[in-house]
Write a protein that binds this ligand. Structure first.
Ligand SMILES: [Zn+2]
Length: 300
């Protein structure tokens, strides 16, 4: 058996026709875990060959809209496509506070739609989602576990957002860390310690500093490419997947610039500057990358 990591969205709040909103899908056996659900997540999951029927659990990192606007779509599509009433419920993990509050209220505005569809189909008007709120832990703490995967979470540094978290997925095939949105910080290092693959949000500081002063505020709470390189080198992480790319690259040269800056931080492992649906597969600690991803690796 293997564990497959698929990036369902590499985008940001800034619209881009080729980049869906934030999301990472991790699959092993019959376990399908989705981390965040930005815009077009359901389309990307379908393109990746994953049925919503297979969804085991969704994990949210924080309440910024670009990580959540696709969540209602996931929940409603899961319910609507369940025309034969065979879709099992899935769990929805969210840090307590505003993220849980969003989840509790997100279906309220769909009440009439749910009712009329339920009437047509003679079915329960309540989507089968089990919300699991948790207090953002200060160090990696297990919040989900089954035979295929154990998921740990810990608070990361995305202030002024409160209770933003990252995740660590441990499977018999290897370990994947997902930074969520964050500065480069010790909290991410704890999640990524010993990981085979790290999915890291990435921002090119040099580009952001070219913007007007009042547009540079995002520098304070996102991950600097060079600091990512330094941290990943210290942790000796074999494979790094960069996502949530700020600013979005449109050319190969702009993509390469992300990798080059990570190299400047001292990192010599595999770098994938991700497009939507890029994948890696973990098999007993070794990581294989598809050809399209391999071509994007920058040489040290
Ligand atoms: Zn954010």
């Amino acid at each position: 058996m293997t564990t497959k990591v698929t990036i369902t969205g590499t985008g940001t709040p800034i619209l881009n026709p080729d980049r869906a909103g934030a999301g990472v899908h991790v699959a092993r056996g019959s376990t399908h875990l989705q981390f965040d659900a930005g815009r077009s997540t359901v389309n990307r999951l379908a393109a990746a060959g994953t049925s919503l029927q297979e969804l085991t659990a969704v994990f949210l990192t924080h309440y910024h809209s670009d990580h959540l606007v696709g969540l209602q779509d996931v929940v409603l599509s899961h319910w609507i496509n369940d025309i034969y009433d065979v879709y099992p419920s899935f769990e929805l993990f969210a840090p307590n506070g505003h993220t849980v509050a969003f989840c509790e209220r997100m279906l309220d505005i769909w009440e009439a739609d749910l009712a009329v569809r339920a009437l047509h189909n003679e079915r329960d008007p309540h989507p089968r989602v089990e919300l699991r709120g948790f207090d953002a832990p200060t160090e990696p703490t297990t919040i989900f576990s089954n035979d295929d995967a154990t998921v740990l979470s810990a608070e990361v540094r995305h202030e002024p957002i409160e209770n933003a978290v990252g995740y660590r997925v441990e499977t018999p095939d290897g370990v994947i860390a997902i930074s969520g949105d964050t500065q480069v910080c010790d909290e991410v290092a704890a999640l990524a310690d010993g990981a085979d693959v790290v999915v890291y949000e990435a921002m090119r500081m040099d580009e952001i500093r070219k913007r007007p002063k009042d547009k540079q505020y995002i520098i304070e709470y996102n991950a600097d490419t060079r600091l990512i390189g330094k941290q990943m080198a210290e942790l000796e992480v074999p494979t790094l997947m960069l996502t949530h790319l700020i600013p979005a690259p449109f050319t190969d040269a702009e993509k390469q610039a992300f990798a080059d800056e990570v190299r400047e931080g001292g990192y010599e492992g595999n770098i994938i500057v991700c497009d939507d649906l890029d994948t890696v597969t973990l098999d007993d600690g070794s990581v294989s990358t598809p050809m399209n991803a391999t071509r994007k690796q920058a040489k040290p």
